[in-house]
Design a protein around this ligand. Structure first.
Ligand SMILES: [Zn+2]
Ligand SMILES: [Zn+2]
Length: 766
């Protein structure tokens, strides 16, 4: 059949093949020009334009999609420019013949008959208007039609049309001339936009409005005759004035927009930002910064995460982007700052998973020397024998440093690396135990993400910024059980960093942790419930601290205001305990598995097959006389007149602190003063100096070194020796000082039972 055709029309077939072949060769030789760069456009979750950025050639060239333009505008454009657009193949032969005929009969050289496709070619590749270039244009038009759908070509056309100055495309023009998206234009405005590109340099809306009106009304009347739009619509359009206005492209959520612009490719970024939440957060942040402004705190930042999918719904990098006095253009969400105590929450949860810690276990919150590092609490007080729960919720420093030492600094640093703490990863070789009190660098984004893991059953997810982000897989950084324990502790309201709840009547339930950095430079509060995780920072971008700055006083009210505003009256379904969590009875004083001697008990959580089963060693039976005023050991036990009674026997250093601070507890009475028995076990525990500590002392400055040791209650006297030379006799727990005169010191403390303890230290002078 086909062969017959070839035989029948050999010439025609040859011509068709030649044309096809030359088109393919030309297509290869002259490929379509590069696509134009469009303005980067950032949209909120509901599609609202947050902001857009100039292209690298300084143009407002917003890529326009057909569905976002009003149908009237498309209709007006097609009717005016190319009513056969959907029917031709890039070139309209009838229009060409008509133009050629006109040229011949009138003697004019008009180059009309351009289709929209041909106009797109000219917009992509502007050239002089000659007959030869016109032929080139037709070839390009064919190329475009073969490669792209009609919709795509029309979109390109509407995106590239010039509107005077640096404005290109109907979307840019619609925002800049009418302050509205191109889907919300009136018919008059649509026709105005169809008219301007005819002569964009003289038809400028902010300059030649009368001329534009004349052109606009000419087309309105023409459309009326051709019955393109309804006549009542067109009558209204004729009456609509042409306003002389020029608006700026919107700038909403500037820090967020700038962040996603750099992070993601593509000219239109559909983000997860919730514009109404964003505006609420901005207002509340500004109000709170004004509240503390007189205290010398000039800025703040807020990050709000939707916990269902870890998407960013509000992002305020500073209180006022345009306030240069307070460095408003610095992004407080990504700025590296000291986290204060906020990382403690992660440390405790890590330790619950490690198995060595349970919420009711006790810590000695007393002055402690960690190889020369002697942290203090925020309020400069110590609280003695405190539970883990109390230590975390009140953010005590000694227990946190002790816990970090027990867990191992490097183990915890590795854990934070897994949790995406980039700055900590970079600093890892320089970090010490002070890390847990804020001696490291991180930012609000990393911290908020870490806390959002508590809200998602211990799984850490990457934040979603754009709607195109695929659902990410989370990483289980805490077990669900330990995550729940952290939630329970941090949602308790018996704490020192809470606001007056009477101001918040329908506040949803949430858990939170605060932090204040060294030098009072940063105030943090990070809170979460099943719905949201909110991270809050307050401080100064110039790094100046304020004596009035604290997480509790500056950041917590802001956090409460935010939860109150965005989650007001919501019936949050609170987190549920997992089956791995069991409750068990523990000794109230030690938080450990009770023995028959433990007088008081309480209930505590434990993680099945993980948590320790350590038994209480505080409550012990002791031999005493009948009125419990003298204690005996087996060496001095009389033959009658004694009994066994149970007392609380704490570690020597805690015993010293408790008696010094006059804590009343059921402690054993003094040891029989006539006892002559020698003791093999135990001996004084030297609390200062620490073993292997290096002192750096100023030469000839007579700087002194503190000697302090604790012993059990049987000991009455300590004898101090330095390099075997006797220094002084003291009571256990008494502080004395001496001036070293050698570089290597062996310090020995001997007790009245003949036992001793020693430490070695070295002295360096500068
Ligand atoms: Zn006990
Ligand atoms: Zn004795």
């Amino acid at each position: 059949m086909h062969f017959e055709l070839i035989k029948k029309y050999p010439r025609t077939v040859k011509i068709v093949f030649t044309i096809l072949f030359s088109f393919i060769v030309l297509d290869l030789l002259f490929p379509l020009p590069q696509k134009k760069e469009f303005s980067k456009e950032i949209r909120a979750k509901d599609g609202t334009l947050l902001t857009a950025y100039l292209t690298s050639d300084d143009k407002w060239r917003l890529r326009t999609e057909l569905e976002e333009i009003s149908p009237e505008l498309i209709k007006a454009m097609l009717e005016k420019e190319d009513s056969w657009f959907y029917w031709h193949f890039g070139i309209n032969p009838i229009a060409i013949i008509r133009a050629a005929y006109k040229n011949l009969t009138t003697g004019e050289t008009q180059l009309g008959a351009s289709t929209i496709t041909m106009q797109v070619v000219r917009l992509l590749e502007p050239k002089k208007r000659t007959y030869l270039n016109k032929l080139g244009e037709m070839f390009r038009a064919l190329q475009l039609e073969i490669r792209y759908s009609k919709e795509k070509i029309l979109e390109l056309y509407l995106s590239l049309l010039p509107f005077g100055g640096n404005i290109e495309g109907v979307k840019s023009a619609s925002y800049i001339y009418f302050n509205r998206p191109p889907g919300k234009l009136s018919i008059a405005q649509s026709i105005t936009l169809a008219v301007i590109p005819n002569d964009p340099n003289s038809l400028r809306l902010d300059r030649s409005n009368e001329e534009i009106m004349k052109n606009r009304n000419y087309w309105i009347n023409k459309f009326k005759q051709e019955k393109i739009f309804s006549s009542t619509d067109l009558k209204d359009a004729l009456d609509e004035p042409v306003e002389r206005n020029r608006y700026a492209i919107p700038v909403a959520a500037p820090h967020f927009s700038y962040y996603v612009k750099d992070k993601f490719n593509g000219d239109i970024l559909n983000t997860t930002l919730d514009l109404s939440l964003q505006q609420t957060a901005e207002n509340i942040l500004l109000r709170n910064v004004r509240r503390v402004f007189y205290k010398g705190i000039t800025n703040g930042a807020v990050l709000i995460i939707d916990n269902r999918n870890s998407s960013v719904v509000a992002y305020c990098g500073s209180a006022d982007f345009y306030d240069e006095g307070s460095f408003g253009q610095v992004n407080g969400i990504t700025a590296v700052r000291s986290p204060g105590s906020t990382l403690k929450a992660a440390l405790y949860a890590y330790a619950f998973d490690d198995g060595n810690l349970t919420p009711q276990m006790k810590f000695a919150d007393i002055p402690t020397d960690f190889h020369g590092y002697q942290p203090e609490n925020y309020d400069l007080q110590f609280y003695g024998n405190v539970s883990t729960e109390f230590a975390l919720v009140n953010s005590l420093n000694i227990p946190a440093v002790k816990l970090l030492e027990q867990i191992g600094l490097n183990n915890f640093i590795n854990f934070l690396e897994v949790c995406g703490f980039n700055q900590i990863q970079k600093q890892k070789n320089k970090l010490g135990l002070s890390l847990i009190l804020g001696g490291c660098g991180t930012n609000l984004q990393e911290l908020t993400r870490l806390f959002s893991a508590f809200a998602r059953k211990g799984k850490l997810y990457p934040f979603q910024f754009t709607l195109n982000d695929d659902e990410q897989k989370g990483e289980q950084v805490f077990s669900e059980a330990s995550s729940y324990l952290a939630v329970q502790i941090l949602s308790g309201i018996n704490r020192n960093d809470i606001v007056n709840l009477a101001n918040y009547s329908k506040l949803p339930k949430f858990a939170w942790k605060t932090g204040t950095s060294y030098g009072k430079r940063d105030a943090w509060a990070i809170g979460f419930n099943p719905n949201y995780t909110i991270g809050v920072w307050m401080g100064n971008f110039n790094g100046v601290g304020s004596p009035n700055l604290s997480g509790a006083e500056a950041a917590v009210p802001l956090l409460f205001d935010l939860f109150n505003a965005i989650d007001y009256n919501s019936d949050v379904k609170w987190f549920e305990a997992t089956e791995e969590l069991i409750t068990r009875e523990v000794c109230s004083e030690s938080g450990l598995i009770p023995t028959n001697y433990c007088p008081n008990r309480t209930r505590d959580f434990a993680i099945k097959d993980k948590s320790h089963n350590e038994v209480c060693s505080i409550h012990k039976p002791v031999y005493v006389n009948l009125d419990e005023s003298v204690q005996y050991c087996t060496g001095c036990l009389p033959s009658s007149g004694y009994k066994k009674a149970v007392f609380a026997v704490y570690k020597p250093e805690l015993t010293v602190w408790l008696s010094k601070n006059k804590y009343e507890y059921h402690q054993p009475p003094q040891h029989n003063p006539n006892c002559t028995a020698k003791f093999a076990d135990g001996g004084p525990k030297i609390l200062s100096p620490s073993e292997d500590y290096e002192y750096f002392l100023e030469k000839n400055s007579s700087q002194e070194i503190l000697l302090l040791a604790a012993s059990d209650s049987r000991v009455k006297t300590h004898y101090w020796y330095v390099n075997e030379k006797f220094i002084k006799k003291t009571k256990p727990g008494e502080r004395i000082f001496f001036i070293p005169d050698e570089k290597e010191l062996k310090i020995t403390c001997l007790d009245d039972k003949g036992r001793d303890g020693s430490v070695k230290v070295s002295i360096k002078y500068y």
